[in-house]
Design a protein around this ligand. Structure first.
Ligand SMILES: [Zn+2]
Length: 103
């Protein structure tokens, strides 16, 4: 999984080393945050399958706060739409359509 160094901007392979290949910056905390965001996103998907919309939105929003991804925004949209909260679902839909977000 590519990981951009916040210090120098180099794209690193997070699977091979916890430090930036160019400047030596410790990327371990960033890797941990990404892993936590992925865990919350997977938990949101599990809650969607159980039709627990409220828990799904909680996990989707936690994932979003850790990593602004289109996948987290889409999950929040789906959970809110399932709950019938069209106003907030529409807002998440607009965010999820932002093509500059990572997937
Ligand atoms: Zn670097």
């Amino acid at each position: 999984m590519p990981l951009h160094c916040p210090a120098c901007g180099k794209t690193n392979d997070a699977e091979t080393s916890p430090t930036c290949a160019r400047c030596g910056c410790d990327l371990g905390m960033l890797q941990a945050i990404r892993a936590c965001a992925a865990w919350h996103l997977a938990s949101a998907a599990e809650q969607m399958q159980r039709r627990d919309w409220h828990e799904a939105i909680v996990h989707a929003e936690r994932s979003w706060h850790l990593r602004k991804s289109a996948a987290a925004a889409r999950m929040a949209f789906l959970a809110l739409a399932a709950m019938g909260d069209t106003r907030n679902a529409t807002a998440w839909h607009a965010i999820s359509g932002d093509l500059s977000l990572p997937s």
